[in-house]
Design a protein around this ligand. Sequence first.
Ligand code: PEP
Ligand code: MN
Length: 356
Amino acid sequence: MLVVMQAHAKEEAIRAVCDKIEALGYRAHSIPGAERTAIGITGNRGEIEPGTLEEMPGVQEVIRVTKPYKLVSRDMKAENTVVSFPGTDATFGGPGLAIVAGPCAIESREQAFAVAERVHRAGAQFFRGGAYKPRTSPYAFQGLGEEALQIMADIRDQFGLKIVTEAIDNESLELLEEYADVVQIGARNMQNFSLLKRAGRSRKPVLLKRGMSATLEEFLMAAEYVMSEGNYNVILCERGVRTFADHTRNTLDLSLIPAVQRLSHLPIVVDPSHGTGKRNKVTPLSRAAVAVGADGLLIEVHCDPDKALSDGMQSLYPEQFEELMSQVRQIAPVVKRTVPGIGEHATTAASVRSRA
Ligand code: PEP
Ligand code: MN
């Protein structure tokens, strides 16, 4: 159920409705929009009798939500959610595309810094790197753990890049929150409901990847788990699904982007690296992802991919990433987007100043 407040409802009226909802044993999620505030009601004890709230001061209407998800829905919030990072112009869902780049895994300080320097120079504002790797084989490289988190924190200090890294369980999430700017939940954990709830209690934005065979509705329900715990900064990520096709590692489903944008206000980015598993397909599908209206890209980059400890086959060389950025800068204006960051052709205020 959803309570729509009148356009100029006072703060006390909103508070009173939330208090009433909570007193009835439910959770109230007050989400301000450009025109009005909507209050989502969650809980698993059946529905509240709408009349209980309809008569309260400041309430415009009480809507029964028929979809199985509420908080992720555009019914709850008509405007796009913009996840922002104070003190920077980096966003997910704003006019500027979010470019997240880095190696699959942090292998050493030298390896990570070498990639960070190149992707930063090319214009990425977010650095990705796995500290905890959910590998199919228990004998494959599992990540450097906290040492990797420290390396990424140092990368943030040196380059100003925001750090995106994956939590694989509640324990790693606990630790990772102290270091990361964005917590990634991987495809294999998209339906790990206890991890989703824990991420929902985190104060860090959550980048949630689509499960390998998740439907659109299952994907949105996973995001709903995070939001239902009070964390509204969720970024969705399409990374390909498993199909009969074997010319790529996964089948990148770009049709998901407009489908999500119709149903949800959450930002959605595309990961063509895991989506294809093949280096030579990453740039063409990055172009397509931007053209289809994605809010950003997540790209694996490695200076020596043949020696990478994971996902070398799909990692771009830094010079290929630079070329990708230059192509993305040309496509972005067609879909009314910009590419912030310090790259050669970027037109942020900072870069204009530094070129002057
Ligand atoms: C990753 O981003 O390195 C990763 C493991 O991705 P996914 O969960 O999409 O497989
Ligand atoms: Mn990877």
